[in-house]
Write a protein that binds this ligand. Structure first.
Ligand SMILES: C[S@@+](CC[C@H](N)C(=O)[O-])C[C@H]1O[C@@H](n2cnc3c(N)ncnc32)[C@H](O)[C@@H]1O
Length: 244
């Protein structure tokens, strides 16, 4: 059984029914941004693999009109990390941040990772054609970080940590630590907890302090953090891989 397309509303309505699809779950296709909520609803079912993202949402995924914000966010990051040799963007999506990194850091080696082959083929490969993009699930992949140990001066996690399975986040941060050079940087941009909102369906909101503590446990020391005025509801942390 393969479910190839599910819209967000249908998905929400179907979630109880889908709980009974246990034996078929490895065939269930995840979909667009809603796949991320979907994964969190079903994370306890341990999908063997989410084999692709196939969804009409993919067309609505490209966030037009945000370019100026991305320019400002990447400029701000470049103030702390002036000239990295190699950068990895985990959960790169359409590649809109990678595109701006090409401008800000000419000559820097850039790579991206995303779970969605459809997004990568439809957008990323066109927007940043020279950048290697690896289609893989950072939650379950067990080889990328070993093959690329210590390769990157900067690893970015932009808008992805809030959608990852909570129990997998510590393992992912260990992988990120392996990928980073000694003294390299980690940039996390995340959905921040506020007085009014501590969580949303399908998303985990972190406070800056909570994430800072988590990063420290996985070998990163915070250099700078702030709420971004540029993106509502987001904050960022730039951390440094703690020297052993
Ligand atoms: C909210 S989007 C942010 C995209 C991009 N960083 C940006 O800001 O434009 C989150 C991205 O993470 C990707 N993603 C989610 N879970 C992932 C996983 N386990 N492994 C790799 N990529 C994942 C999604 O496909 C999606 O493109």
């Amino acid at each position: 059984m393969k479910i190839k397309q599910i819209s967000g509303n249908i998905l929400t309505g179907l979630h109880r029914v889908l709980l009974h699809f246990g034996p078929y779950r490895k065939w269930i296709y995840s979909c667009g941004l809603d796949s991320l909520k979907f994964k969190r609803y079903y994370r306890d079912l341990h999908f063997d693999s989410i084999v692709g993202i196939a969804c009409s949402d993919v067309d609505g995924y490209k966030d037009e009109g945000d370019n100026q914000k991305i320019v400002e966010l990447v400029d701000n990051l470049a103030r702390v990390v002036p000239k990295p040799e190699a950068v990895l963007d985990i959960g790169c999506g359409t590649g809109r941040y990678l595109k701006q990194m090409e401008v800000v850091w000419p000559g820097t080696h850039l790579e991206g990772i995303d779970i969605s082959r459809e997004i990568v083929e439809k957008f990323t490969c066109k927007l940043v054609p020279g950048v290697p993009i690896h289609v893989l699930d950072i939650e379950i992949d067990e080889s990328f970080h070993i093959e690329n140990r210590g390769k990157f001066d900067l690893v970015c996690m932009i808008g992805i940590i809030q959608v990852l399975s909570l129990k997998r986040v510590p393992g992912i941060l260990d992988k990120v630590n392996v990928l980073c050079k000694e003294g390299g940087y980690l940039y996390v941009q995340f959905y921040v907890e506020t007085e009014e909102k501590k969580s949303d369906v399908g998303y985990k909101r972190y406070s800056i302090e909570e994430l800072e503590t988590l990063l420290a446990k996985h070998g990163f020391t915070m250099i700078e953090s702030a709420r971004t005025d540029i993106l509502k509801d987001y904050a960022y942390i730039v951390a440094w891989k703690t020297l052993e």
